[in-house]
Write a protein that binds this ligand. Structure first.
Ligand code: NAP
Length: 475
């Protein structure tokens, strides 16, 4: 593939710096695109352009904002193949998953355009207090101003849209810092928004090192909110540094799935295979820890190992590929080490584990010691570990034995047991008869514990991205 230049977008214009950076296909290291590392001057220009555009955005009608987002939705579907190939090239995600991501990003744009119409405040019952007699009050939801969006590599388009769509719908302007590994979809998205009629400066994309740009944006007085998706380490650092700025954090997980004794094993297996191995497990809600009732443990583990071995491994742009590389060889080596550590501590490897550069064969482990990193931390790789349990209470305790709490799930035909688990598992979302890796883009999505703070999904994100201002009238 020919390497092509993708300049930053600042104030509606393409901007190059003196520091070109090559973006490569992680599977084989083939150069794919050139982007440009921002200097402090570029970052200052981006915040300044966004500050000016924020005034324009807040004065647009709800319908004007909604129309821009709806046009962006249509354009994205027209350009679906270009975006899908870009996502797959830069992130290493198999092309069929790249196409799904584009469809999802289009739906996130559509939901955002609908939320622009629905953005309302409320009437406040002032005379519910004796002192409020004779007062009438409403709240209006005002945009915050300039929002910095910092996004990860694993869903380079849809997770960007989850921030940009609601931010624009609410009348804010955005400075977007995509992951260094996957900046090209973000730049294509900003170009698409300009074609959709977005005012210059309402969406700026700056590329370069996360530490440098992140600190600049988090510290800058012209930024009112940081919306971050990525690792817990970086999220905590942002939160500690951000002072009075609003911060939402969508962080990691080591997602757990319970397979109860009466579960439909065919169904559970059909959902668990993509749930654990889509995008080589580099999904924040990837199935990582499975707890299977001892009556179904052997059958489920054996069948999952067989299905994992059958997945075709290859180049992300090959139509037949089900599993491709991790984002870097360093990450693949890390996951390999965690698997080896678990095996050395007594886990049994049922399948997978061979590595070629950045690509790791899907791994199934059983009898995983709970204190190993592959169970305690976020693996973010193609690894599922399965342990057995006797009682549901044991399974629930095992699921909760985690610093994270994004989503979890259970397969069972017993409604009472399903809802007992739903009540007692400490997570942001619980899925009955599905894997925790399931998400549709309009649902509230976010975690507890180390998995973050705040919710996404356009209806919920838009609340985080606006301020409810009270207006009271004494008649
Ligand atoms: P990451 O290393 O935390 O990076 C995320 C973003 O933060 C990148 O744009 C990165 O830039 C930037 N960054 C790095 N250092 C920074 C700093 N000091 N200040 C501000 N920004 C900084 O995460 P990743 O490896 O890209 O993504 C994987 C993680 O994201 C996993 O933990 C996964 O669970 C999580 N995730 C969560 C969700 C969710 O919705 N909860 C969804 C997807 C992924 P550079 O790339 O330039 O370093």
């Amino acid at each position: 593939m020919k390497s092509t230049e993708f300049p930053m977008i600042i104030g509606g214009r393409e901007v190059r710096s003196a520091q070109p950076v090559t973006v490569s296909i992680p599977f084989d290291g083939e150069p794919f695109a050139t982007v440009f590392a921002a200097s402090a001057d570029h970052l200052e220009r981006a915040v300044s352009a966004a500050t000016q555009a924020a005034r324009v955005m807040r004065d647009l009608t709800r319908d004007e904002r909604s129309t821009i987002l709806r046009r962006a939705h249509s354009l994205l579907l027209e350009r679906k193949e270009e975006f899908a190939r870009t996502i797959s090239s830069e992130s290493g995600k198999p092309l069929r998953e790249g196409r799904i991501e584009v469809d999802r990003a289009a739906s996130t744009l559509l939901f955002s355009s609908e939320e622009a119409h629905r953005l309302v405040g409320e009437v406040v019952p002032m005379d519910a207090s004796p002192a409020g007699k004779g007062r009438f009050a409403i709240t209006v939801r005002e945009p915050l101003g300039v929002i910095a969006a910092i996004t990860p590599f694993n869903f380079p388009l849809n997770l960007s849209v989850h921030k940009i769509g609601p931010a624009l719908a609410a009348g804010n302007a955005v400075v977007h810092k995509p992951a260094s590994a996957t900046p090209v979809s973000a730049i294509l998205l900003a170009r698409l928004f300009l074609d959709a009629g977005l005012p210059d400066g309402a969406l700026n994309v700056v590329t370069g090192s996360g530490g440098v740009i992140g600190d600049f944006l988090v510290d800058h007085p012209g930024i009112q909110m940081i919306t971050f998706t990525g690792s817990a380490d970086v999220g905590l650092r942002i939160r500690q540094r951000a002072g009075m700025k609003r911060v939402t954090l969508e962080l990691g997980n080591n997602s757990a799935l319970i397979i109860d004794a009466d579960a439909d094993l065919d169904d559970a297996l059909a959902r668990a295979v993509p749930g654990a191995y889509a995008h080589s497990g580099q999904v924040c809600i990837s199935v990582q820890r499975i707890f299977a009732h001892n009556r179904v443990f052997d059958e489920f583990a054996g069948r999952l190992a067989q299905a994992a071995r059958a997945l075709s491994i290859g180049h992300p742009l090959d139509e037949h590929t089900a599993v491709s590389s991790l984002i870097t060889e360093t990450e693949a080596v890390r996951v390999e080490e965690w698997v080896n550590e678990a095996v050395a501590a007594g886990a049994r490897r049922m399948s997978g584990g061979a590595r070629s550069r950045a690509t790791l064969e899907p791994v199934v482990l059983t009898n995983v010691p709970p204190r190993t990193r592959v169970f305690q931390q976020e693996a973010f790789g193609p690894v599922a570990g399965i342990n057995s349990y006797d009682s549901l209470d044991q399974a629930i305790a095992a699921v909760n034995d985690s610093p994270y709490g994004l989503q979890a799930g259970i397969f069972t035909r017993d409604l009472e047991r399903a809802f007992r688990a739903a009540r007692e598992v400490h997570v942001g979302g619980f899925l009955i008869n599905d894997v925790p890796q399931f998400r549709v883009d309009q649902m509230p999505y976010g975690g507890v514990k180390l998995s973050g703070a705040g919710r996404e999904g356009p209806r919920y994100a838009i609340e985080e991205m606006t301020e409810p201002k009270l207006i009271s009238w004494r008649g």
